[in-house]
Design a protein around this ligand. Structure first.
Ligand code: URA
Ligand code: SF4
Length: 208
């Protein structure tokens, strides 16, 4: 596998990118997932939010953040005063990665590998180059490491106002925790984790 680069279309509008991404075989993930889950939102969005990888629901429905993590993200956006309809939402990796639970047969989400993140990055860069947002929000370590490099640590840099490296006319950028990390937190920690996500989104919104 050589990465997504050779599958990019010549035209750089979101419709052309989405169509081309549907037949991407830039890494091994296309083989077991149902479909490519491309980003969604307005072509002129001021904010691009980047998640990790589609989950089970996203794989079946073909849209990003439509499952439980998406529900939590929606609530956090409302609380931070950000209208999701003005946000383009996408993922660092665009095919669902999973292992199958032997007993239940359920598909269990698995973190994408570094090579899969690198293989899929051309799609993310093409989306950023097309939408040209003023601000990019990385949700969790996978998105942050795709955008800022493998040494980036969300735990120490979250909520900081950064600039996106490696793109022309760089947008502002903020990294924060992944909504799924809030869902996974123990009861006693969940409220604080959620408040932290909202606070980082407020920082991002206020930078615009
Ligand atoms: N988690 C992600 O990172 N992305 C999605 O689209 C859904 C869940
Ligand atoms: Fe292509 Fe990305 Fe899917 Fe890999 S995960 S096949 S690079 S779209």
């Amino acid at each position: 596998y050589e990465g997504a680069q050779n599958y990019l279309p010549r035209e750089r509008d979101l419709t052309a990118l989405r169509e081309a991404s549907a037949v991407c075989r830039g890494c091994d993930l296309y083989a077991d997932a149902t479909r490519t889950v491309f980003g969604e939102g307005p072509e002129r969005a001021r904010i691009v939010m980047v998640g990790e990888v589609p989950g089970d629901r996203e794989d079946r429905e073909g849209a990003p953040f439509v499952g439980p993590a998406g529900g939590l993200l929606d609530r956090a956006l409302v609380e931070a005063g950000i209208d999701r309809n003005t946000v383009y939402v996408t993922n660092a990796v665009k095919h669902f990665r999973f292992t199958r639970d032997e007993k239940s047969g359920r598909r269990i989400h698995k973190k994408p590998s570094r090579s899969q993140i690198v293989a899929c990055k051309p799609w993310l860069l093409a989306e950023l180059d097309t939408v040209r947002p003023e601000l990019v929000v990385a949700l969790g370590a996978t998105a942050a490491q795709s955008l800022f490099g493998p040494d980036f640590r969300v735990s120490s840099r979250r909520g900081e106002l950064l600039e996106l490296p490696g793109v022309a006319d760089p947008p502002l950028a903020v990294a924060t925790v992944h909504p799924s990390a809030v869902l996974r937190a123990r009861d006693s920690d969940r409220e604080r984790a959620y408040a932290g996500l909202v606070a980082d989104l407020v920082t991002a919104a206020e930078a615009l």
